[in-house]
Design a binder for this molecule. Structure first.
Ligand SMILES: Nc1nc2c(ncn2[C@@H]2O[C@H](COP(=O)(O)OP(=O)(O)OP(=O)(O)O)[C@@H](O)[C@H]2O)c(=O)[nH]1
Ligand SMILES: [Zn+2]
Length: 453
């Protein structure tokens, strides 16, 4: 890496040493009535400039491999899912929600996560583990001014984005952990957006000087929330949130994501072209604000159903995009389930492998600059695949199914479902929709993401 030392660092002093955390008023001068945890100052490390690399394929591969797959973090809980509930003769019985099996949880925690997601989308601060956060993408000058009222708040970016900016692991941090960037005077709102948004990297390939420091309390959960909100994973951290801001504990966010509780919100008969005997069931989940649905096709036979977990793809499912294989896979899955006589399509609102539609379109823009589908996600500051399949497992359970035959080419889906307590009796391949536009995308999925294509 080419590292350009600024003048002040070369002289052994920090530029703008009178700004940032050092300029915070002493604790006794801070406003009364607010309990804020200590926000440790960044240690004095020389700031440095960063020159961003462009479109060097697979440069970040090792980082991708190091990132834990979210679906693997679910845990099988002994005795949680009673077996023997399969093979019920009637649809009504088979699809009856198993409320008694659901763990009783404090549903208000799920609501708090949804509220926090909403707050970030609207440009309002939230407080996690005592640290106040404001999403960079939705902040405006007014909100940032109030947030910066006591001193300029620092900037928090995700681990993968920090890798691109050559800021990860500067201080023996966990490589995938978020990184806090000391708020130098040049980092105003526009510059913060430029740091967060890789689409702007081409316009400003030389960035800095930066000084990275360990993340504050609640940092990982705050990054997780931006992903749930479909925003760029970057926040101002450590400012003034106001007395009425939402307060959360990071465990609540982690539990909502990895151990969601689902409830059936509504269901109705839905004859479809491939099968007149079908029913749609809509769910609410504590893990995210999205409305996931299940399409139950055919008549339960007593055997494990043929199941497809289909992650939402607006561009492929609805608009006929040729960049991926989602549209043909969706059609093929419904047909295969109908032909099998009995099965379930879970339509999961996990657009863009869990990063949301807008971020997926940002990833597409990066792919037009030469990054493949994996590197585009990493450059945006996300993992290759941010989905958790725990929500799918809970939906299947709510439908009375704990054993399935799974239509997929993706071993992570099998592992994710199994880790969340659903037995996958068989993986059934689903190869459809190859075309000249998605050849490279599918090659990347096979080479880098382990898809059996
Ligand atoms: N971030 C990102 N998401 C993409 C891209 N192309 C497609 N997707 C998303 O990837 C998901 C495709 O998921 P699925 O087809 O359910 O699953 P899969 O991981 O391909 O595995 P299979 O079960 O074998 O199809 C959808 O949410 C798409 O929106 C891309 O280039 N970047
Ligand atoms: Zn797609």
């Amino acid at each position: 890496m080419r590292r350009l030392e600024p003048q002040a660092a070369a002289e052994g002093r920090q530029p703008h040493a009178d700004r940032g955390r050092g300029a915070r008023p002493p604790a006794e001068q801070q406003r009364l009535g607010r309990s804020r945890p200590p926000f440790p100052p960044c240690a004095e490390a020389p700031p440095h400039l960063v020159e961003l690399p462009f479109a060097r394929p697979h440069q970040e591969r090792s980082r991708a491999a190091a990132r834990p797959y979210v679906g693997d973090q679910g845990r099988r809980r002994p005795g949680r899912v009673p077996r023997g509930a399969r093979g019920l003769p009637q649809l009504a019985e088979a699809f009856r929600p198993r409320a008694a099996r659901h763990r009783v949880r404090d549903v208000s925690s799920g609501r708090d996560v949804a509220r926090a997601v909403d707050a970030l989308r609207r440009g309002w601060p939230v407080t996690i583990d005592g640290t106040a956060f404001l999403a960079v993408e939705t902040a405006d000058e007014g909100a940032l001014g109030a947030f910066d009222a006591e001193a300029p708040a620092d900037l928090l970016i995700s681990g993968p984005r920090a890798v691109t900016l050559k800021l990860a692991n500067q201080r023996d941090a966990v490589p995938t952990a978020p990184v806090r960037i000391a708020r130098m005077p040049w980092i105003d709102l526009a510059e913060a957006v430029a740091i967060a948004d890789p689409a702007r990297d081409l316009a400003s390939p030389l960035k800095g000087p930066f000084r990275a420091c360990p993340p504050p309390a609640g940092a990982a959960a705050a990054i997780q929330l931006t992903r749930l909100a479909g925003l760029l994973p970057a926040l101002f951290a450590g400012g003034v949130a106001g007395e009425d801001s939402l307060q959360l504990a990071s465990e609540v966010i982690a539990a909502a994501v990895h151990e969601p509780t689902v409830t059936i919100a509504s269901r109705a008969r839905l004859p479809i072209a491939e099968a007149e005997k079908a029913e749609i069931v809509a769910f609410r989940s504590t893990g995210d604000p999205a409305e996931h649905v299940a399409l139950l096709i055919g008549q339960p036979s007593g055997a494990p159903p043929l199941v497809r977990l289909h992650s939402e793809c607006l561009t492929g499912d609805v608009l006929g995009s040729l960049k991926c294989d989602c549209g043909p896979q969706l059609e093929g899955a419904v047909r295969a389930i109908a032909e099998s006589g009995w099965g379930i399509l879970l339509y999961l609102r996990q657009e863009g492998r869990g990063i949301g539609l807008i971020n997926k379109l940002r990833a597409y823009a990066l792919q037009d600059q030469g990054f493949d589908t994996v590197d585009a996600n990493l450059r945006l500051g996300f993992g290759d695949d941010e989905r958790s399949f725990a929500v799918a497992a809970r939906m299947l359970e709510a439908l009375g199914q704990d054993e399935v035959r799974l239509l997929t080419n993706n071993p992570r889906k099998v592992a994710g479902l199994e880790a969340a307590g659903i037995r996958v009796r068989e993986r059934v391949p689903l190869k459809r929709g190859l075309n000249p536009h998605n050849q490279a995308y599918l090659d990347t999925k096979r080479r880098r993401s382990g898809h059996e294509l």
